[in-house]
Design a protein around this ligand. Structure first.
Ligand SMILES: Cc1cc2nc3c(=O)[nH]c(=O)nc-3n(C[C@H](O)[C@H](O)[C@H](O)COP(=O)(O)O)c2cc1C
Length: 421
């Protein structure tokens, strides 16, 4: 009898380690067990699908058509949006078996001198209150909970301080700059970003003018004119000086608020490309802290980024929202890895829809990946609840994939595990 109860206790402990892992011993892949047992014990199923296409479909049902199209759409005929996803189909994973992989798979990495639990970063995405009233507050909170870097966009609908506080004091935070045409404003944004603990500056260089976004054009939808996505400008003290008024003051008129919204929009999407020669202006304010260029597709530009002393490049085509008929972002990655791997940090975004996609981009040599649309569709499912579900699902699938491919550490994963189709 004693023997039986001892073994029953051991069995219970084994079951508990999966169902109720001790704090600190949870694994990302535990999220799968959590889903199965929530259904079994409480008849609760997840807030949204774990499959991207079904997730997007249910987000579409929840969102106003203009908001859905704003996020789903791209430039022109949307061939680049499609190319981003097709690029992932050109690679197939080749697993290894019978290798000593333990249940705990280590996904951690070091980015810009900071150890983070997985090489996954929130892509800078503006106007998030279009997708749920809690917008950037919700997304930054969930990335903070998981200790993953959160990038705040210059087109945010929530300001630097509010996002810093929802993100959490010690968590890694980055700031994405749409480089203003006025150097005083640039200095002011960067100074406020630094003061609020944003550690890495991401300079978007492919969106100095708006792409030809047909879905938005067809309904004349441009949220910034309505004052969504301009909070950074509305709160900025230098912008107040330039305007001669504070648009957030209680006595500000509706016309003044509209003018301030337009001023921010026009100064940050000015129709004049940023140039290498002016990078020193950013360094002057940002100092030695990391500066990364987002929107690089050519290996030649990646090499120039190294020559100009940048700390990283993000291989991205803005989710296909800028140039129609361009190459898929993943198609651009191998040549850039070949040209600059080890010299600067390489980020990647565009078309990531699953943990297996994340695996492929990292195996091809990206040091980190960014998540865009999947998180927005999550956000549309009741804010933090949906974002948490999507992020935890992607992390779980990534961890499972790394293990099933035969590896214990994500850092050991490389392109030998992929076969080109
Ligand atoms: C609705 C929306 C808004 C975006 N806003 C910004 C932005 O403010 N700044 C920026 O650098 N990129 C922005 N992006 C581009 C993302 O950072 C990222 O490059 C893109 O979403 C990656 O493609 P994917 O979402 O299809 O994976 C935006 C993308 C979407 C879908």
């Amino acid at each position: 009898m004693t023997i039986l109860s001892v073994s029953a206790q051991a069995a219970q402990e084994l079951i508990d380690s999966v169902l109720n892992p001790a704090p600190g011993s949870e694994r990302y892949s535990s999220y799968g067990s959590e889903i199965y047992f929530n259904r079994n014990l409480y008849n609760i199923t997840p807030i949204a699908s774990t499959n991207y296409d079904r997730l997007e479909a249910s987000a579409k049902l929840r969102l106003p058509p203009a908001a859905y199209d704003y996020a789903a759409g791209g430039a022109g005929l949307e061939k680049t949006v499609n190319a981003n996803r097709e690029a992932f189909n050109k690679w197939r994973i080749l697993p290894r078996v019978m290798r000593p992989v333990q249940p705990a798979r280590n996904l951690s990495t070091v980015l810009f001198n900071r150890t983070i639990p997985a090489p996954i970063v929130m892509a800078p995405v503006g106007v998030q209150t279009l997708f749920h009233p809690t917008g950037e507050r919700a997304t930054s909170k969930v990335f903070g909970e998981l200790g993953l870097p959160y990038t705040l966009s210059t087109a945010s609908s929530t300001g630097f301080t509010d996002v810093a506080s929802s993100n959490g004091v010690e968590n890694p935070r980055w700031y994405q700059l749409y480089w203003p045409s006025d150097d005083d404003l640039t200095r002011s944004y960067l100074t406020t970003a630094k003061a609020n603990g944003y550690e890495v500056l991401v300079v978007t260089v492919d969106t100095w003018d708006l792409g030809w976004r047909t879905r938005d054009l067809d309904r004349g939808f441009f949220p910034f004119i309505d004052g969504v996505g301009v909070q950074i400008g509305l709160e900025d003290p230098v912008a107040h000086q330039k305007l001669g008024f504070n648009p957030l003051a209680t006595n500000a008129t509706a016309e003044q608020r509209k003018m301030a919204a337009l001023y921010h929009t026009i100064t940050t999407s000015r129709g004049i490309s940023p140039v290498w020669d002016n990078l020193w202006k950013l360094r002057e304010v940002w100092g030695d802290a990391p500066i990364v260029l987002k929107g690089v597709q050519s290996a030649e530009d990646a090499k120039l980024a190294v020559q100009w002393g940048l700390d990283g490049v993000i291989v991205s085509n803005h989710g296909g929202r800028q140039i129609d008929g361009a190459i898929g972002s993943l198609d651009a990655l191998p040549a850039i890895v070949e040209a600059v791997k080890g010299k600067v940090t390489i980020g990647f975004d565009g078309g990531i829809r699953s943990g297996a996609d994340i695996f492929k981009a990292l195996a091809l040599g990206a040091d980190f990946v960014q998540l865009g649309r999947p998180i927005l569709w999550g956000l549309s499912h009741e804010g933090v609840v949906g974002v948490r579900h999507v992020l935890k699902s992607l992390l779980a699938e990534l961890e499972i994939t790394v293990g099933l491919v035969g590896y214990a550490r994500l850092q050991d994963v490389n392109a030998t595990l992929l076969v080109g189709k």
